[in-house]
Design a protein. Sequence first.
Length: 382
Amino acid sequence: LIMSTKEQNRNLRSPSLKTSVGEGDKNEWEHPLSIGCRASTKWRDGKYHVAEIIEKRQEDDSWAYYVHYIEFNRRLDEWVPAENIDLADVQKPNKKGPVSDLTASTDSTPGRKITRNLKRRYDEINHVQKEEDEAKSALEKEHEEITKVKNIDVIELGRYEIDTWYFSPYPEEFSNTSKLYLCEFCLKYMKKRKTLCRHKTKCDLRHPPGNEIYRKDSLSVFEVDGKKNKIYCQNLCLLAKLFLDHKTLYYDVEPFLFYIMCDCDSHGCHMVGYFSKEKDSPDDYNLACILTLPPYQRKGYGKLLIAFSYELSKKEGKVGSPEKPLSDLGLLSFRSYWTRVLLEILRQHQGNLSIKDISTMTAIKTDDIIATLQSLNLIKYW
């Protein structure tokens, strides 16, 4: 087989697919594989799962790939060495069109930060519907493109070392590091442990910088004003983004109140989780963002935070609903809370009861009540 010099050069430039001569259509793959390829990849359980290659990098004389396991949530995306990929089971990348840059149309000023009010104004001017539509779908795809690769692998917060789940837009000099150190009281972030140790001798905070509005046993809740404590709240949002995929990080924290739940001991108040809410929400949202830190999950803190948000709504004499879209874990927590509250009311109440009555009693919005009752097959239409 005689090949021209041009053909030889083309093959050298595209080493991902190697065709063996004289073997018909059988293809042999070799490294580096192209971004977008799917291949059977060895996971931490020792089994092979189909994964899509999101990014690649060369480490010394070998290649590493950042992969998304098709069966799993994005929080399990990770860098894997080339030897973890089965070259006998590789699929070519799918050809997809580029995602349109919609964020550029919402803000034509280069480098300008998109605030929540600017986005809302844009939605009103362009008659953007609140339901899932093509624009939101495209925005979500673009969000996935920007945040597709985790920039920080692990954080150290207090006595815990926590594996991160998602990308967070920390400043560039703190990104692309294997480990980030955070002060558990002021949430300042550092690249080195010795810097953290030096900071601890100077930091005089032992609880979130706000008013303690609830206490029972060792649990306390602090209300922090985003306008009065801007740096702390921005650091909190950066931390939260490491564990929330659908959180859009807005930099205008001033319109928000943050409610931080802490487990207190003789050393101080250690953050368990938090939720935020707009001071004045035109959409009647009583919760904008909620997070329970991974070491404290599956212990009931999430439901307690949700219950607390509705107790605040009752104090204000309003009905509320969480801001959409909810994360997968957020939806599970809210659906569980709504189910428990509604079933308890139905169990105790005798006689007729309308959706409006339940909403008034619980401060849960009627749409959420109806959706929950439908999921339980407890409501019918005639």
